[in-house]
Design a protein around this ligand. Structure first.
Ligand SMILES: *Cc1c(COP(=O)(O)O)cnc(C)c1O
Length: 393
């Protein structure tokens, strides 16, 4: 097996080195050239490439506006603050998420209130949301975990009924669809990430999408210290413009070097999605028959981008999750534990909070290598290794 094993490019073939990483971004000459052009142009931040990237993403997801930021974390902070979330408010979200989801709520001085997930989807269980709503609740923040869309329709109905804001943590979800419409195109605020672990990357980077023109203007000021005019407006003006700072803002500005890379990544997105979906289907067909393993099942309302691919180890498995991960690493295969449970971390720990599905999934799932340049041979090696370790062959 190892003899025919393709190592790809850029990682060591040494015996103790990882041969198959958890992910590898799909970056190449197009991104290099685009970044170099921006450097040559002399306008490296908040210039025409940021605008082009914003317009490209808005058109793709089907929103009227898009506002680029430095990350999804800052995008969420901006979206929550500009929507009026502040001290004393509560925001409902799943605990099974990256800690950034809750941190953005904390930055506003608001309280993160955790709701359990549906273990089939790893997304917030709409039926459990209403129990968590109290007099201080201001917003619901569903997370499209690992790129799989949360069940937006019932969540939107609950938000309407209780007059709550809906802000989607779409960090992983670019290219995913809910009922045939791409995430970001559902009329609420959605925040995306372009970290290298996500579907497309700008190194670091984020994007907020919205249909609300007034909100979009406020967000653009918020990311630029509350400044009354944008750099582009000032640059293009024929007269001297003296800016003012009517409200508190932050420096959450994306650079044009990043945006130029983002524009190239958006061109590659359809082929990236196709490759990821094909890889996920190969995992499904290779792994579903192992009795100790549960593979993801995708609800009919969703089209998945497979930002991550998880498996759950059942109680019947001969080894636990961490042992399986260690054995895979010995074979040169990098994996990651499943998504963390935020309510178990020091900043958010609360013994009174009981989230049994979240706890089961965070303890027993692991993420497998999945990226566009993963080869059939490499993937077969991952599948065979799992079967061998679990005693199937
Ligand atoms: C990655 C991630 C974030 C944070 O994104 P950054 O761009 O790294 O700030 C937020 N929420 C979820 C669900 C994520 O997976």
């Amino acid at each position: 097996m190892l003899g025919s094993f393709s190592t790809g490019k850029g990682f060591s073939t040494g015996d103790t080195m990882v041969r198959i990483p958890i992910t590898r971004p799909d970056l190449g000459d197009e991104e290099k050239t685009a970044a170099a052009r921006v450097i040559d142009s002399g306008w490296v931040t908040q210039g025409p490439k940021v605008v082009e990237f914003e317009e490209t993403v808005a058109r793709y997801v089907g929103s009227r506006h898009a506002i680029a930021t430095t990350s999804c974390t800052t995008a969420l902070h901006a979206a929550l603050t500009v929507s009026g979330i502040g001290p004393g408010d509560e925001v409902i979200l799943p605990s099974l998420s990256f800690i950034a989801s809750a941190n953005a709520v904390s930055y506003c001085g608001a309280k993160a209130v955790f709701v359990d997930i549906d273990p089939e989807t790893c997304n917030i269980d709409p039926e459990k949301i209403e129990d968590a709503i109290g007099p201080k609740t201001r917003a619901i923040m569903p997370v499209h975990q690992m790129g799989l869309p949360a069940d937006l329709d019932p969540i939107r109905d609950i938000a309407k009924k209780h007059n709550l804001l809906l802000i989607e943590d779409a960090a992983c979800a670019i290219g995913s669809e809910y009922k045939g419409v791409r995430i970001g195109g559902h009329g609420s605020i959605a925040c995306f990430s372009f970290h290298p672990r996500k579907i497309i990357t700008t190194g670091e980077g984020g994007m907020i999408t919205t249909d609300d023109a007034l909100l979009a203007e406020k967000l653009k000021r918020f990311r630029h210290h509350g400044m009354s005019v944008s750099d582009i407006e000032r640059h293009r003006a024929n007269t001297v413009i003296v800016e003012t700072y009517p409200e508190l803002g932050y420096n959450y500005r994306m650079t044009d070097i990043q945006a130029a890379i983002g524009v190239e990544q958006m061109k590659k997105l359809p082929s990236i999605l196709e490759k990821r979906r094909r890889r996920a289907e190969r995992y499904n067909s290779g792994l579903w028959e192992i009795p100790h393993v549960r593979v993801p099942r995708i609800p009919s309302y969703a089209r998945h981008n497979y930002q991550s691919y998880w498996i759950e180890l059942k109680e019947s498995a001969p080894v636990d999750r961490n042992t399986l991960m260690a054995r895979l690493l010995e074979r040169g295969i990098a994996t990651r534990r499943g998504i963390m449970a935020i309510h178990r971390e020091a900043c958010y720990r609360d013994e009174a909070v009981k989230l049994p599905h979240t706890e089961r999934m965070t303890d027993n799932t692991l993420l497998l290598p999945l990226y566009p340049s993963l080869t059939d041979t490499e993937q077969d090696y991952v599948i065979e290794s799992i079967k061998q370790i679990l005693g199937e062959r």
